[in-house]
Design a protein around this ligand. Structure first.
Ligand code: NAI
Length: 481
């Protein structure tokens, strides 16, 4: 029986390994993590991450050929294939701070693999890593090996949170990079055989190691660039009276462009896009390619611009001040169908409103008060450094309330801001909300989920990203950052 061990039971390690276990009943899969609460969660009825369809997959194979454990060393020692799916955050200090990937967790995992291995192993990079990381990992493993032979593969993960299970069941492609040696090719085949249980042959791509590592960074950069492109156009739409949904529909009909990933919004979030682009920027700078670095950095700049533009719009529309005004925030997760708040635009928007002394009341169907308070008290980039969690800020807490009821959140508010595109926000009773709000009642839709005309009929002053402005907003002073 082939044994797989995955280091890191997070958003990638957990779902990916659960699907491998489901599709390959003859393979034993153990997911290990240094975090006790995470592993306890994976072994309980309330999984540590929310992902549609995940509960069902885990229930089918947990205890059969899928196990979750904190006995990291034991299971790594026993495995034939070791996936490493630890976090690779942005460095917060030292050389490359604010850009480069922090490989502390990866390096400590590699050193541990070298310490405990007594048999040959295939080590698979599942985390997103800078191009050429495999070379560094190999050095650590080889220089610390006691006769054990290692093959390093790059097998980046392309799942998207919120649709992870569908993405894993039917991936657009599985990418495997390996060394172009007989041993490297044998290792690639061994991993290919795992995926071949359910992924069609023509969807499994094999490349050299560096192409695989770089493809993941490039894919995320291209995806984020699409969002920043449509968001940049949304600003021009507001200035000219064009409607970004109509523009996106028109350009998306061009088969060279395609219709997906063209929704204008308050900005992208999530743990990957910003981190991976910053990482790409840093790598380009290190290789003496400043023009390429500047090109990609602009994708982040537009994203930051979009978030501050939204906050400025809220403040300027409400007579240039939100001090002491209650602002209801609907949605805190970085997108629908996940409870993940890492780098969610809601953090920057709420911080912007709090900076202008607003009183913010938040509702999200999947995010707890504890999580919101922690996010709003944290410095940028600190969220992915679990050992250095920041304390809560008492002043932040006073200004922020969290409720499990959207109507309670909006009661007495001057404005509602929609920051996540949860389906349920399309079906809320906005008349009921309006009746319980201060007047004039404002609604700022950062995800274009409501019909602005219907809400205007109720009486709201409505702002929707990239849509023609109503008279109220047109007559307010120009938005300056
Ligand atoms: P995560 O933070 O949810 O999970 C990482 C886990 O690794 C944590 O539970 C942490 O306790 C554990 N860990 C860290 N060091 C460890 C060690 N030495 N031994 C054992 N466990 C250790 O991160 P997530 O979101 O799963 O991401 C993992 C990697 O996958 C990152 O490189 C990310 O960029 C990449 N990725 C993430 C995607 C996403 O949608 N979240 C999609 C594709 C790739």
């Amino acid at each position: 029986m082939v044994k797989i061990c995955c280091i890191g039971a997070g958003y990638v390690g957990g779902p990916t390994m659960a699907v491998i276990a489901l599709k390959c009943p003859e393979i034993e899969v153990v997911v290990v993590d240094i975090s006790e609460p995470r592993i306890t969660g994976w072994n309980s009825d309330r999984l540590p991450i929310y992902e549609p369809g995940l509960d069902d997959v885990v229930k089918q194979c947990r205890g059969r050929n899928l196990f979750f454990s904190t006995h990291v060393e034991r299971h790594v020692g026993e495995a034939d294939i070791v996936f490493v799916s630890v976090n690779t955050p942005t460095k917060t200090r030292g050389l490359g701070a604010g850009k480069a990937a922090d490989l502390t967790y990866w390096e400590s995992a590699a050193r541990m693999i070298a310490d405990v291995s007594l048999s040959d192993k295939i080590v698979v990079e599942k985390s997103t890593v800078p191009v050429k990381t495999a070379e560094a990992i190999e050095k650590i493993l080889v220089h610390n090996s006691r006769g054990v032979r290692y093959q390093i593969l790059s097998n980046p993960e392309f799942l998207a949170e919120g649709t992870a299970i569908n993405d894993l069941f039917a991936p657009d492609r599985v990418l495997i990079g390996g060394s172009e040696t007989p041993e490297g090719r044998a290792a690639v085949k061994a991993l290919r055989d795992v995926y071949a249980h359910w992924v069609p042959d023509d969807r499994i791509i094999t490349t050299n190691l560096w192409s695989a590592e770089l493809s993941k960074l490039a894919a995320n950069a291209f995806l984020a660039q699409r969002i920043s492109s449509v968001n940049a156009i949304s600003a021009l739409c507001e200035a000219t009276g064009a409607d970004v949904a109509e523009v996106a529909n028109s350009i998306g009909k061009d088969s060279r462009i395609g219709p997906r990933f063209l929704s204008a919004s308050v900005g992208f979030g999530g743990s990957c896009f910003q981190k991976d682009i910053l990482n790409l920027v840093y790598i380009c700078e290190c290789y003496g390619l400043p023009e390429v670095a500047t090109y990609w950095r602009q994708v982040i700049r537009i994203n930051d611009y979009q978030k501050s533009r939204f906050v400025n719009r809220v403040v300027s529309s409400m007579f240039n001040t939100v001090a002491e005004k209650k602002v209801a925030v609907l949605g805190f997760a970085f997108k629908k169908d996940t409870g993940d708040t890492r780098e969610t635009p809601a953090i920057d928007v709420c911080k912007g409103l709090l900076g202008d002394k607003a009183v913010v009341s938040i509702y999200d169907p999947q995010v707890t008060e504890e999580q919101v308070q922690r996010d709003l008290a944290m410095n940028k980039f600190d969220w992915d450094h679990p050992r250095h969690l920041q304390p809560m800020s008492p002043s932040g807490k006073k200004q922020v309330a969290v409720s499990w009821d959207p109507y309670e959140t909006a009661r007495g508010a001057h404005a509602v801001c929609i920051l996540t595109e949860w389906d349920e926000f399309r079906r809320l009773d906005y008349k009921r909300m309006y009746d319980a709000m201060q007047k004039p009642a404002f609604l700022f839709d950062g995800r274009n989920v409501v019909d602005p005309d219907k809400l205007r009929q109720i009486g709201f002053v409505v702002y929707s990203i990239g849509k023609p402005l109503d008279d109220w907003l047109k007559n307010m002073p120009a938005v300056a950052s």
